[in-house]
Design a protein around this ligand. Sequence first.
Ligand SMILES: [Zn+2]
Length: 347
Amino acid sequence: MKLVDILEKLSNARGVAGREEAVGALMKELLTPHVDEIREDKLGNIIGIKAGKKEAPKVMLAAHMDEIGLMVKNVTKGGFIQFTKIGGIDDRILIAQNVIIETAKRPIAGVIGSKPPHILKDEEKKKAIEERDLFIDIGASSKEETKEMGVRVGDPISFDIKFAKAGEDTVIGKAFDDRVGCAALVEIMRKLPQVDATVYAVGTIQEEVGLRGATIAAFQLCPDIGIALDVTVAGDVPGVKEVEAPIKLRKGPSLTVADRGLITHPKVLRLFIDAAEESKIPYQLETGLPGSTDAARISLTREGVPSGTISIPTRYIHSPAALLSLTDVENTINLAIAATKNIRKYF
Ligand SMILES: [Zn+2]
């Protein structure tokens, strides 16, 4: 399967944080041909292992399988579904979105409803509608009817966006944060030759709600180095100042120097930069973003694990649809492979 097809499959799969089973099953299937061993831990992390030399360092590559979304909070008498957010979502992007509610019976399509503009007062038009004033319409006429359809409090809700090819090398889709990291992870394991290091390819759970899966995966695996493969904000769009978000599409993977949760270990940063320069892979350096990645938790495991993040520049992350360049993904894959091959020289 080609990278773009792997990404399409992963992007269309639904896996709001805490409900990653479908993505986990897909990751297991995609990783299995390229690893010596595959397993799932007690909370649902998927761990593929490529065994290296006994005395060589162990590297954990992590990409999170969960996506941001919503969760059923309450159903009104009239059958409208009120919800809470899972992960960081801006209320302004919720209105009029198509969604899928994952019930025990079947997935149900719905739309986030609102007052039509015709009947809005002028001051209402200027304000963003808050989460608590929004609701999902699934066409039910009563609370009882939603129950019969299978809807229960706590059911996960994901955005209903289908993967699409846009320009020459760009694609648009749901949950690129971090299914593109998952797709890169599969490709890294497929293309990686036998190296000295033992490589753990981990699809992690619940990153968006506090880097939880990576915490327990790193504890189990005791890696010597941790690398998160994730996305970062590409700010090369109208209205964003360069200083706010300097990372751009098609300029290569972004290497995080520091974010809110991690100051990248200098040896790891050196490993990345040397690998990129040796292999003539373009890269961008980034600092000052308020978020963080699985690498932050991996680094604080046990007595400490030197860690870093390689990010794919992505526009509109944490919204229903994002856009990225496949060339950036290829460069990210090649950089992670080049770095993994060189690990022994640094650790
Ligand atoms: Zn992410």
